[in-house]
Design a binder for this molecule. Structure first.
Ligand SMILES: [Fe+2]
Length: 448
């Protein structure tokens, strides 16, 4: 950029010439010289100076202040008044035109230089501020989120077009109104919109066209340099679509779980068709295991998992020949070893199903015992999954209480005595305690 262009408005030719020479000497470019107010407006329009030095007292109808006012309507060029004297009234009139400086004649070169530099600097800062404001306002106007700002009294100061559209209002009509008049939230129970949003961003907006729309909102205070809250910014968006998508996802998960349950039911039915003697065994074990889990206060997901693992825990028996399953006598060594493979066969069948829980591992471990005497891997203590430790107890209690091909029912009392005796050695003591409580305190009975 070359040297700044300075325009002179001065009705005395000698003074104007003197200023022109001084400007040149100071390194400025004198650009246009006017003698009257009307001339000043015209020349400013064509020259577009960087600063105007304006004498207040001019010949003609229009003095310097009127000329400054007319020029300011068309451009933002900084104007510095030059005058020999100033009465209070003139000063007041001059102040209204927001001049960038005021020099009293006669003045020194240094004073002229300093005032011009200040005017140029202040003008540049004002321009940047204006650009920033324009940038910010365009950004706020074009974003897809609704934005509202309030002052410290909660009165609306700004509303972007998205907010106008969502609320069903004309922005101008809301300026200065209380935020709670403009943003009405369903279920705020008398609390202000800002207080309600501070508690939860999920809100229901009652629009001015009497529509109810779910919104996702957030709130941020506007803090002054002194650390004082001078207003709030509320940002919100229509959450109808995201709520719909969320619901669709929930429905789809529900549907998947239903399909999974049906698959489990089909598998259970298939295994029980082959083995009528243990028909219902898996179902009853699952029911007892869930009751134990509830007494142990396990979370709902674990209870659902136990329900599935329980109903499938003996699915590996599909590998065991029917004559062994139905043999009305004790099994020989070979037959027993075939029977003992059922947890691993069950694991192989189930591991390819994408359960959201470790169902295959639980089934694999349901014959493991706390002291490592179980099978197939002789796991001990907490290496056995908690759900498998629960299933083991439920399995033993149900099996002993029911008739088997090779023996009559041993009865519930004998079953409970077995887990009580084996507590800590074979069975998890906490699970045993919960199981006893299920029968003694909750009056649990197996359904036939
Ligand atoms: Fe089993």
């Amino acid at each position: 950029m070359g040297s700044p262009k300075i325009m002179i408005v001065e009705d005395e030719a000698i003074v104007a010439l003197d200023i022109k020479n001084r400007l040149k000497m100071l390194g400025y470019q004198p650009a246009g010289s006017a003698r009257t107010g009307a001339e000043a407006v015209e020349i400013a329009r064509s020259v577009r100076p960087d600063v105007i030095l304006m004498d207040i007292v001019l010949e003609g109808d229009m003095d310097g202040i009127d000329a400054a006012r007319a020029i300011s309507r068309e451009m933002t060029t900084p104007i510095v008044y030059l005058t020999a004297y100033a009465d209070q009234r003139t000063l007041e009139r001059a102040k209204v035109t927001q001049p960038f400086g005021y020099i009293i004649k006669p003045f020194e070169d240094r004073e002229l230089n300093l005032t011009i530099e200040m005017a140029l600097y202040k003008h540049e800062i004002d321009k940047q501020l204006l650009d920033n404001q324009r940038w910010l306002s365009t950004t706020l106007k074009s974003i897809g989120d609704a934005v509202i700002t309030t002052d410290r009294t909660g009165a609306v100061r700004f509303l972007n077009p998205t907010a106008e559209r969502l609320l069903g209002v004309n922005g101008l009509s809301t300026l200065g109104r209380s935020l709670d008049d403009v943003v009405r939230l369903n279920g705020a129970n008398g609390a202000s919109a800002t207080a309600a949003i501070a508690v939860s961003g999920d809100q229901e907006l009652l629009t001015h066209t009497q529509k109810m729309i779910p919104i996702a909102a957030s709130l941020a205070p506007i803090i002054s340099e002194e650390g004082e809250t001078i207003g709030d910014v509320i940002v919100f968006r229509d959450a109808t679509e995201s709520k719909r998508a969320e619901q669709a996802l929930k429905d789809s998960v529900k549907e998947l779980r239903r399909t999974l349950q049906e698959t489990v039911n089909a598998l259970t039915l298939m295994s029980e068709k082959r083995d009528p003697y243990t028909a219902g065994h898996q179902q009853r074990v699952a029911t007892l295991a869930c009751a134990i889990a509830e007494v142990m206060d396990l979370d709902d997901e674990k209870v659902v998992c136990l329900q599935m693992a329980g109903t499938l825990h003996d699915i590996g028996k599909i590998y065991v020949p029917a004559e062994i399953l139905a043999k009305p006598a004790r099994l020989n060594k070979l037959e027993y070893s075939i029977m003992k493979a059922h947890p691993e066969v069950g694991y192989d069948i189930l591991r390819s199903i994408s359960f959201p829980w470790p169902v295959a591992d639980i089934v694999l471990q349901h014959h493991e015992r706390l002291n490592g005497s179980g099978y197939p891997h002789g796991l001990t203590g907490n290496d056995i999954l908690e759900e498998a430790r629960i299933l083991a107890v439920a399995d033993v209690v149900e099996a002993m209480s029911s008739h088997r091909p090779y023996r009559a029912s041993l009865g519930l009392d004998a079953a409970l005595e077995e887990i009580e005796t084996g507590k800590g050695e074979f069975y998890d003591p906490e699970v045993v305690r919960a199981c006893l409580s299920v029968f003694q305190d909750r009056d649990f009975r197996f359904t036939p």
